[in-house]
Design a protein. Structure first.
Length: 256
């Protein structure tokens, strides 16, 4: 089916939709943000008023089944991704879901299977693949600017923020029953997606995950090694209770 304009509905209009996706849906050609949903109706209403959105809901089913919505964007914490993806697919609506896609591999597989059975596309919000800097890296690798790629090394560590030290008021990102894991799930997923885009799929993985500082229930350090189908090797270290903030990815090749 060809549409003259894509009409969006957002489930979960939190911080990620304020400056990134929400305004973009209004600015992109042939795109319109029609409705938003949040469990607290007053917050949904406030968002709609501030962003010029015609409709708001405090019930996800009502938004999903709104005949004026063509595609559903799910921007809730990961614990609701599976449920809303399945409902949207069964309603015949394509789905655009925030990362991490789900809390587990099983959840993700079920989401994919349901959308395939319903004949609707399923997209995950790894938008960085379209950014010019990463397109340039893709071009350089394709043109063998560093010869043949041998390995990639990823290092990400950061200082623990104060909001992560209050056990009575922890963000959802470090509560495994909501997020599936900790900050590794939320932040490293971008890195691993980009490596998949640049170097192809990973087919072997080994690693360790631990909680060293004890500020919250989720892991706060992950180390891993992996091998791509192409034969390229990779190593990664992610620590979220370190002394400073560093985010570095290095791709090493051969002489040209």
């Amino acid at each position: 089916m060809k549409l003259d304009k894509v009409r969006w509905g957002i489930i979960g209009c939190g911080d990620v939709t304020e400056v990134k996706s929400g305004p973009a849906f209004q600015k992109v050609q042939n795109s319109e943000l029609v409705a938003v949903m949040r469990r607290t109706g007053e917050l949904a209403k406030d968002y709609a008023n501030r962003h010029g959105v015609p409709k708001w809901y405090d019930n996800a089913d009502a938004l999903i089944n709104d005949p004026e919505i063509d595609i559903v964007y799910i921007a809730t914490p990961p614990d609701a991704h599976r449920e809303y993806t399945i409902k949207a697919a069964q309603a015949g609506k394509p789905v655009y879901v925030e990362k991490p896609m789900g809390r587990s591999f099983k959840d993700c597989q079920e989401m994919i299977a349901t959308c395939e059975a319903a004949g609707v596309p399923l997209f995950v919000a790894y938008y960085r693949r379209a950014q010019p800097r990463f397109l340039k890296i893709k071009e350089l690798l394709h043109n063998k600017a560093i010869g043949d790629v041998r390995f990639v090394s990823s290092t990400q560590y950061q200082k623990v923020t104060e909001d992560l030290k209050d056990p009575q008021n922890l963000p959802w990102r470090v509560q495994p029953h909501l997020a599936g894991g900790g900050l590794f799930f939320d932040l490293a997923s971008h890195t691993l997606d980009m490596l998949d885009y640049l170097l192809g799929p990973i087919n072997e993985v080994q690693g360790f995950a631990s909680n060293q500082a004890g500020h919250y229930p989720a892991e706060d350090i992950v180390t891993g090694s992996y091998k791509f189908e192409s034969g390229v090797h990779g190593v990664g270290n992610w620590c979220f209770t370190a002394f400073e903030n560093v985010d570095k990815n290095e791709i090493v090749g051969t002489p040209r």
